[in-house]
Write a protein that binds this ligand. Structure first.
Ligand code: PEP
Ligand code: MN
Length: 373
């Protein structure tokens, strides 16, 4: 059961104290408080776990700080919608808004290799008015002898350069809980010039202990990739692990499914699920066209497959794009064949803008026909 308080309820108010006092004294019920920061208001939601079937909804709704109560009937208790379309989606981090209406592009290096490449990438982002990027420091590799990423050694210069070029958020995969500490130390050392979004890769989607640890911290939002060989339901439950531990600042990322039926693409593009995930949960949905397609092949119309699948996700309402770029793809130590070139950044962003505009027109059309009914 979710108890939603009136917007901007002050925790020191008598109304809050009375409400909290009542709820926390309920027998066989565990309470968890969660603050949801919307675009215009701050909402406090109190989750009740345990024997909630026995609770009287009307009595709780009559408590002074309570706006309404939502009975949770389906899965994904915290991140699910539960037929309540009024609940706020998303969050704000380091001045950037993430919700089911926004669209943010995270173009950057799959793996940090040299400081020069990081600087060239960030300079290009700034020239294109971009404030988010991806930078891999810890890389999960199939082959133990492949480059494993520079790890914590590259963090200070990555963060400093981010500050220099006005980057507000870096999406960065972590493979172990120690990496959170390393990121924190490097941010502190460099004077917090940027923000970090912790990425959980497809190989770790069901690493439940890692998810629990990440969920216990509230400082960094999380980008959770869909598991490459599990059902959508299993991946959404993985996201719920993060929220159940206290961190609901979660973005869900589609990155394609592993099957040979996808050939010649690296993975089976699954961006048709963008609207379904937005219906099932309140999470913003990200697409990763680079790891889905895996190559720079183009169709006869001259448009790269990576551009085409990006458009397919954006025209369905995707809220974030995670995409590999590299100043010199031939020299890239990881995933060079799928990296876009810096000279393609402007065109990529323009393609996204055109497609987003088409999505917004489609959304308005749907709204108009609903009000005309
Ligand atoms: C990545 O984004 O660098 C990555 C390794 O992706 P995935 O976990 O989807 O394979
Ligand atoms: Mn990669």
């Amino acid at each position: 059961m979710i108890v939603i308080l009136h917007p901007n309820t002050d925790e020191n108010s008598a109304a809050f104290k009375k409400t909290w006092g009542y709820l926390s004294a309920l027998e066989n019920i565990r309470t968890q408080k969660h603050i949801v920061e919307g675009k215009f208001q701050k909402l406090t939601e109190i989750y009740l776990f345990g024997d909630t079937a026995a609770l009287n909804k009307e009595i709780i709704e009559a408590l002074p700080a309570v706006e309404r109560v939502v009975r949770v009937s389906q899965e994904y208790r915290i991140l699910g919608r539960h037929k309540d379309s009024k609940r706020i989606t998303g969050f704000e981090y380091n001045g950037v808004r993430f919700d089911q209406d926004s669209l943010n592009v995270f173009a950057g290096l799959c793996a940090v290799d040299t400081k020069e490449h990081v600087e060239q990438m960030m300079k290009a982002l700034k020239e294109n008015e971009q404030i988010c990027t991806r930078m891999g420091a810890y890389k999960p590799r199939t082959n133990p002898y492949s480059f494993q990423g520079h790890g914590k050694d590259c963090l200070p210069y990555v963060f400093e350069l981010a500050g220099k070029y006005g980057i507000k958020i870096i999406a960065m995969e972590i493979l172990h809980e120690n990496h959170i500490q390393e990121i924190n130390e490097a941010l502190e050392l460099t004077g917090n010039p940027t923000g970090v979004m912790l990425q959980v890769g497809t190989r770790n989607t069901q690493n439940f202990e890692l998810l629990k640890t990440i969920g216990r911290q509230n400082e960094f939002p999380v980008l959770l990739k869909r598991g490459f060989g599990i059902t959508l339901n299993e991946s959404l439950n993985a996201a719920e692990y993060l929220a159940s531990e206290g961190n609901a600042k979660v973005i869900f990322c589609l990155r394609g499914m592993k099957t040979s039926f996808s050939e010649p693409h690296r993975n089976m593009v699954d961006f048709s699920l963008v609207p379904a995930i937005k219906r099932l949960t309140r999470m913003p949905v990200c697409i990763d066209p680079s790891h889905s397609v895996g190559s720079r092949e183009a169709s006869p119309d001259g448009i790269l497959d990576i551009f085409h699948v990006t458009a397919q996700g954006v025209i369905s309402g995707a809220n974030m794009i995670l995409v590999d770029f590299h100043p010199d793809p031939i020299k890239a130590l990881v995933d060079g064949p799928q990296a876009l070139q810096l000279k393609e950044l402007h065109r990529f962003l323009e393609d996204v803008r055109i497609t987003r505009e088409a999505y917004e027109k489609r959304r308005n059309l749907a709204k108009e026909s609903k009000t005309a009914k």
